[in-house]
Design a protein around this ligand. Structure first.
Ligand SMILES: Cc1cc2nc3c(=O)[nH]c(=O)nc-3n(C[C@H](O)[C@H](O)[C@H](O)COP(=O)(O)OP(=O)(O)OC[C@H]3O[C@@H](n4cnc5c(N)ncnc54)[C@H](O)[C@@H]3O)c2cc1C
Length: 332
């Protein structure tokens, strides 16, 4: 018997503090898993850092095109897979009540970051001048082909170690970053349509991917974005998404679902559920979804409701009820 929709949505009745948390963290089990992943990545990146330092000091060629500046090594940005780079904060922009965009300068200002879709960076910060490093992954949200900088869009969690530290940085301050192994490599035109379903700060990998697709003239993938947030104030990229909808009519569509909308809110009310996804034409059997991939990034409760729980008794999720096979679904 299919699980009733109400029971699938029960996780969303948790306090909003939990609903608004980003992807892959905050259930103790998940936090633990992420911590060990991050620890391994940090160890790998740390070993790489030594090689990187050796590499930069040994091979830095004279930079004929930037007279008067320090020479820059090939691979000074994130073109080599290992090692931390120390990046200087160029500027910040407050995007809404709890989210900032931080622009960091790349070591080689003449080159792009070297990151490709869909990449994340591991930040290593030392909050309050302490000695214990705090590693946390963040997803670059600048156009990856742009030279000289990398942007991170960071949501502030009250008491959150890394996010509080990153929000406190001033122009000229530095932070260390290493590239993380990819969880999903994007191949242009592999699918006719992608549905990107994000919850809260889970928008950042979707933002990176949708820009990467739409900026590539030879990628014709159609994109439906569904972004669930707690309040209207949690939305910050929507003006940009509206402009993209106008620029790419019939190719890009963004929908917002707000669980606690303000009076007069123009967005869909509630949580990202089966009825809303059906209304948006996201049932797998629809003819325009024959070749579709569904990407999900959100707080654990949202991901569980959409993808189903783990193990034989985890239950099916909304996406399975909409007819999607497991192979069509990717979690970031
Ligand atoms: C691949 C990936 C990419 C990401 N990209 C982004 C991004 O682009 N932007 C972004 O903002 N975030 C992103 N994140 C999340 C980010 O890595 C951090 O987890 C987030 O910034 C919180 O870190 P923190 O150190 O500030 O908070 P923490 O110190 O880890 O704590 C955060 C909050 O949760 C509470 N908390 C901590 N542990 C638990 C627990 N076990 N149970 C319940 N509550 C708990 C704390 O009290 C605090 O209020 C990404 C995560 C992943 C895995």
């Amino acid at each position: 018997m299919p699980r009733p929709t109400a029971s699938l949505l029960r996780p969303f009745t948790e306090p909003s503090r939990f609903r608004s948390l980003p992807c892959r963290q905050f259930t103790p089990r998940r936090a633990q898993a992420m911590t060990s992943q991050v620890a391994v990545a940090a160890a790998v990146a740390g070993i790489g850092a030594l090689a990187y330092l050796k590499f930069t000091s040994a091979t830095a060629p004279p930079d004929a095109h930037s007279e008067g500046k320090s020479p820059v090594a090939r691979g000074a940005n994130f073109t080599t897979p290992f090692g931390f780079r120390t990046l200087k904060l160029h500027s910040t922009e407050q995007l809404n009540h709890n989210t900032k965009r931080l622009r960091f300068e790349l070591p080689d200002p003449t080159q792009p970051s070297g990151l490709t879709l869909t990449s994340a960076l591991l930040s290593l910060s030392f909050p309050n001048g302490g000695w214990i490093p705090v590693p946390r992954p963040y997803t670059p949200t600048n156009k990856l082909g742009k030279s000289g900088f990398v942007d991170l869009t960071v949501k502030l969690y009250p008491g959150g170690k890394a996010s509080t530290h990153l929000h406190s940085l001033k122009a000229g301050d530095t932070c260390k970053f290493a590239p993380l192994p990819k969880q999903f490599a994007w191949t242009p035109n592999q699918h006719e349509h992608v549905a990107l379903i994000a919850g809260g700060a889970g928008i950042t990998p979707m933002y990176q991917l949708l820009h990467g697709i739409l900026d590539n003239p030879s990628d014709h993938t159609r994109i439906t974005l569904v972004w669930g947030v707690n309040t209207d104030d949690d939305l910050f990229f929507h003006n940009e998404f509206t402009a993209l909808e106008k620029k790419f009519p019939g190719r890009f569509k963004a929908e917002y679902v707000v669980s606690q909308p303000t009076g007069g809110s123009s967005y869909r009310k509630g949580y990202v559920n089966k009825a809303i996804l059906e209304e948006l034409g996201l049932r797998a059997s629809e003819t325009h979804n024959q070749d579709i991939k569904v990407l999900v990034c959100g707080p654990p409760a949202m991901e569980k409701a959409l993808k189903g729980g783990k193990g034989p008794f985890g239950g099916s999720g909304i996406l399975s009820e909409l007819g999607y096979a497991k192979s069509q679904i990717v979690g970031f």
